[in-house]
Every structure is written in C-alpha cells, then in structure tokens.
Design a protein around this ligand. Structure first.
Ligand SMILES: *Cc1c(COP(=O)(O)O)cnc(C)c1O
Length: 360
C-alpha cells in the first residue's frame, strides 16, 4: 500500500490512524455485529457514538453551555441559505464582508431571503487582503454580520476576531475550524462542512447561540430549521451517521495529540516552511498580504505559467497530488490542513527547490 501526500482543498486528507481504526471496525463495531453504516440512528449503539462525538467537539472548541451544537446536512453551501432563513428575519437585513469566492457565494445566496449588504470588500486589493476593520461600514440594525474566516480559494484568513458589538458575528469556518483555538463566545453562529478538517463530506457542523434560535422565516424547510433540529438533538431527520462516526474518531485523535493548541503549533510550523521558501524564491510567488495569509490553503504561482503542467506532473510522480489551483485563480494551491504531516510540506518544498533548480 502506498499513501500519497494529498494536498486537496476538500474532501481532504484524513489522519491515517483514524482510517485504520475505521477499517478495523468496518464489519463489526465494538461487538455489535454490524457496521456503523447499518445502525439505526435511534439505537443505543449509534446514540452513544453521536453523544461522544458531540461531547468531544464541545470539549475541543470549549463551546459554552448557551450554544447548541447541531449536526446537519447540506454543506456550507446549504448553510449559505439556511443561515439567512433562520436569522435574517430578526430585522430583515444582514451585513456581509466580501473577502473572496466563498464569502461572495454566501452573499449572493442570502439575497434571496432578505437585504444583504456588503459592509466591506477586499475587491480593491483583488481579494489578497482582509479589509481593515476601521473601514467596515456596519449597520447597527443588521440581524448579523457574516464573514468567511478562511477563504479556501484565495488563501486569505482572519487572524483576529471582528468585534461587531451587539450584532451577532456569523462565520463560515469550513476550512479552518479546529486548526487553532477560538473563543466561541465572540460569535453568534459558526458553521462548517466537515470535509476539510473534521471528517468526510456529508456532515455540516453548526454552533449557534441559544437566543438566535427560533426566528426562522416561515418558508424554512423543517429539516433546516435550527429550532426543530435543536429540539430533536439533530435527529429531526436521519443524520449522516457514518460521517458523524468518522468525525468522532478525528476529534479523539486531535484530542490525543494535545487539542487545538497543539494543532496550531503544528499548522504554524508547516505553513512557515512553505511561506519562508516562497518568500525567498524568485521563481514562485504568493500574492496575499503577509498578515492575512492562510495557514490552511497556500496558493502560489510559477512566474512562468507555461511550466505549470510540468510542475504538476513531476509532483504527481513523487506522490504529491491535488496541487492544481482553483480554476478561478489558476496556478497552484497546497492545502495543508491538520491531517497533512510536516513531512508532506517538507517533501513539497524539496520538490519545489529541485524544480526551480532545473527550470529557474
Ligand atoms: C469547501 C467550502 C465550502 C463548500 O462546502 P460544501 O460542503 O461544498 O457546501 C464553503 N465555504 C468554504 C469556506 C469552504 O472551504
């Protein structure tokens, strides 16, 4: 068996010990005589998996007691509609901070459910920087302020938490949740698809403050109504059981490694190796403002685009895959989530040096 270094932006690489345990438990989970996939979601076996997964995530993120943790479906793109459906009815309007492809998608979707304003935009810098907080034009009557904490495509990340006062802060954390400690109490709502840092696709995590529940627009589908999901412990409909189980194994693994403090140190070390090399090289470049660079997704370009294909081919031959940048920006992108080992980043930089020596 050969495992590659998988730099995919998502679904992304998972910790090998988690995959091994899942393989071992595939046919017979803990003497139950069945796979987790075959269990009733209301049976005692799955209920225990669900409860443990929830309690591990609460512990890792130190989620305060006045927040509900919901396991939903529909992904972050689903939440782009589900959030306004549940929250925008409070005042009919919301502020959006536009920092790249994902926040723009969120904004566009919200416009079907209320008045969604752009309170700040990174457009002037071609989305290579987070707009300065002093330039944000926030509406004190907005139902919430929406940010994307890490733009997976552009590689810009907030390394600070906006203080939006009484207006709840809502964050799409799909691509940097669990990468470092956060203060959940600074947010009204956090949502994230699982397939970057938590597990397989199919599971969407929503962390929502109690007082923001119960304001859904009448058109909200029942399965997407936070109140109904909260009242039913995320079992209003059949939850994505297998994805919840794998996420639980990932949470246990992260906890054993030392939790989110350890994850942050690991992620900072990896990102530094790559950015340091990019900054020293005249052959590759990263356009993002230093203070806003993502620790999770590192886009970079070869000065000579005509070498892109050769670069990707050579990387693939060395077992490094999914380095092609998003079609909207071109170039390369290395996604180096929690589960990417430091060896993977070292191997990438060694290959980049060698490629530069050959073609530079
Ligand atoms: C991956 C990603 C999404 C899309 O998630 P889906 O599961 O496809 O809905 C949305 N936002 C961000 C920041 C992402 O990284």
């Amino acid at each position: 068996m050969t495992r590659v270094f998988n730099f995919s932006p998502g679904p992304a690489t998972l910790p090998e010990p988690v995959l091994r345990q899942a393989a071992q438990e595939m046919l017979d989970w803990h003497g139950s005589g069945m796979s987790v996939m075959e269990m009733s979601h209301r049976g005692k076996e799955f209920m225990s998996i669900h409860a443990e997964t929830e309690s591990l995530l609460r512990e890792l993120l130190a989620i305060p007691a006045n927040y509900k943790l919901l396991f939903m479906q529909g992904g972050a793109i689903g939440e782009n509609a589900i959030v306004p459906m549940n929250l925008i009815g409070r005042t009919g309007k919301a502020d959006y901070i536009s920092t790249g492809d994902w926040s723009k998608k969120s904004l566009k979707e919200a416009r079907s459910y209320g008045k969604a304003n752009v309170a700040a935009s990174g457009e002037a810098s071609n989305f290579t920087a987070i707009p300065k907080f002093s330039d944000w034009k926030l509406d004190p009557d907005a139902s919430y302020v929406h940010i994307c904490s890490n733009e997976t495509i552009g590689g810009v990340e907030y390394h600070w938490t906006p203080d939006t006062g009484k207006v709840p802060l809502v964050a799409d954390m799909s691509s940097n949740i669990l990468s470092r400690e956060i203060d959940v109490s600074r947010y009204g709502l956090i949502y994230a698809g699982a397939q970057k840092n938590m597990g397989p696709s199919g599971l969407t995590v929503v962390i929502v403050r109690d007082d923001l529940i119960g304001h859904a627009l009448p058109i909200t589908p029942s399965a997407f109504n936070y109140q109904l999901q909260a009242e039913n412990d995320s079992m209003f409909n059949t939850p994505p059981t297998y994805a919840i189980y794998i996420a639980g194994l990932v949470f246990k693994h992260v906890k054993a490694l030392g939790g989110l403090k350890a994850m942050e140190a690991h992620n900072r070390a990896k990102a530094a190796i790559l950015y340091d090399y990019l900054d020293r090289s005249g052959f590759y470049g990263n356009p993002v403002a230093r203070e806003d660079r993502s620790l999770m997704n590192v886009p970079f370009k070869l000065k000579d685009e005509s070498l892109d294909e050769a670069f990707l081919k050579g990387a693939q031959a060395k077992g490094m895959i999914q380095l092609k940048g998003h079609r909207s920006v071109g170039g390369m992108r290395a996604s180096i989530y929690n589960a990417m080992p430091v060896e993977g980043v070292k191997a990438l930089v060694a290959y980049m040096k060698e490629f530069e020596a050959r073609h530079g």
